[in-house]
Design a protein around this ligand. Structure first.
Ligand code: HEC
Ligand code: HEC
Length: 332
């Protein structure tokens, strides 16, 4: 039995233009069993195996000390548990590291959505002078000196190690980071005992009075759109990409999949626990940005402390098991 979720939204207190009345009704949806790949980069087992080795290989960074997995830890749903990861030269980055559970379902990447595909995203951190600080021509040369890589790239792509192939392999690996059904998915599929009564109450609030579902919906519990919710003001977010002041301080709605494992929260890592996040929505949302722009959301001042506990209990049901990923042996 599949639970029929027809959720009627009362569109009160929303900024004009953010949600139009004829937008489809947002719903909570289970995860697909696998994440589809684009026609130009089909997911195959040998490609995924190559992508996994690259993901863990510090030779991808300029000084050969940092891999993707330095910041994206398998045991933390591929986030890293710190407010800001340390980049090249031990300097903290400006944003919190995102988890990667089910990341292949997004259609834009990073807090500001600046990459349109995982293929496009992959070379960003390698090349970035504040992250892995690697020259891409140098990277190709380095990998082609490794016998094991030369063979694998030849087998998978029929070419030497090129940036295009490196990006494709990394993307294919990341598309396999799909979680097993979480208690929440099992509940959606009809297993009434999969989540506690407290979590059910939290879910009612999430889709009802607390208004979370307006932005957090679909299989990732993210609509993939950009909002100004006022966690902090030091970062212009989406505005830096579009050069439109209207987008200043807007960030992509994050996925809530495996959210209990990826503390701390928000683009700046400023909120330590899920309790702090819900408290922020209830009491902390400011009225306007320092430039006077209104927010896309209002605080829920009518909510109670027990509502916070229920919402947190619900958020905790969204964790599913990731594939067991261990550090692979790196080719010589
Ligand atoms: C020094 C730490 C660091 C390293 C190394 C790193 N990342 Fe990240 N990653 C981050 C941070 C921080 C963000 C968010 C950046 C932003 O939004 O501007 C991020 C974001 C991402 C995202 C976007 C997730 C989403 O929800 O949109 C993906 C995918 C990703 N990284 C994959 C990789 C891959 C692949 C590598 C290796 C080639 C890598 N990262 C290396 C810190 C790191
Ligand atoms: C107007 C759209 C919107 C609404 C409504 C909304 N959120 Fe969010 N949510 C966002 C955005 C955007 C962010 C990221 C903000 C940032 O990084 O500064 C976010 C961040 C979060 C995070 C932290 C995720 C992470 O990876 O750091 C959690 C947890 C969360 N929201 C839960 C909720 C809950 C619970 C509700 C209801 C009480 C809610 N949201 C209502 C848009 C929304």
């Amino acid at each position: 039995m599949t639970r029929p979720f027809t959720i009627v939204l009362l569109l009160t207190a929303t900024a004009p233009g953010v949600v139009s009345a004829d937008a489809p009704t947002p719903t909570l949806t289970p995860l697909p069993a696998e994440i589809p790949s684009p026609p130009e980069n089909p997911t195959t087992a040998p490609k995924v195996a190559l992508g996994k080795r690259l993901f863990f290989d510090p030779r991808l960074s300029g000084d050969n000390t940092m891999s993707c997995a330095t910041c994206h830890l398998p045991e933390k749903a591929f986030a890293d548990g710190s407010e800001k990861s340390l980049g090249h030269g031990g300097k903290p980055l400006t944003r919190n590291t995102q988890g990667l559970a089910n990341v292949g379902l997004f259609s834009s990447f990073f807090w500001d959505g600046r990459a349109a595909s995982l293929e496009e995203q992959a070379l960003g951190p390698i090349e970035s002078s504040v992250e892995m600080n690697q020259d891409l021509d140098e990277l190709e040369r380095e990998l082609n000196e490794v016998e094991g890589y030369r063979q694998s790239f030849q087998e998978v792509f029929g070419t030497a190690a090129t940036c295009d192939a490196i990006a494709k392999a990394l993307a294919a690996f990341q598309r396999t980071l799909v979680t097993d059904p979480s208690p929440f998915d099992r509940y959606l599929a009809g297993d009434d005992d999969a989540i506690s009564d407290e979590a059910k109450r939290g879910m009612e609030l999430f889709i009802g009075d607390a208004g979370c579902i307006r932005c957090h919906h679909g299989p990732l519990l993210s609509d993939g759109k950009f909002y100004r919710i006022g966690a902090s003001w030091g970062d212009k977010g989406r505005g830096l990409i579009t050069n439109d002041a209207e987008d200043n301080h807007r960030f992509r709605t994050p996925s809530l999949r495996n959210i209990a494992e990826t503390a701390p929260y928000m683009h700046d890592g400023s909120l330590e626990t899920l309790y702090d996040v819900v408290m922020f929505y209830f009491r902390g949302v400011p009225k306007a940005s320092p430039e006077g722009q209104p927010l896309d959301i209002e605080p829920r001042l009518d909510s109670s402390f027990s509502d916070i506990d229920s919402l947190v209990a619900f958020l905790r049901t969204l964790s599913g098991k990731l594939p067991h990923i261990t550090r692979p042996e790196l080719p010589e």
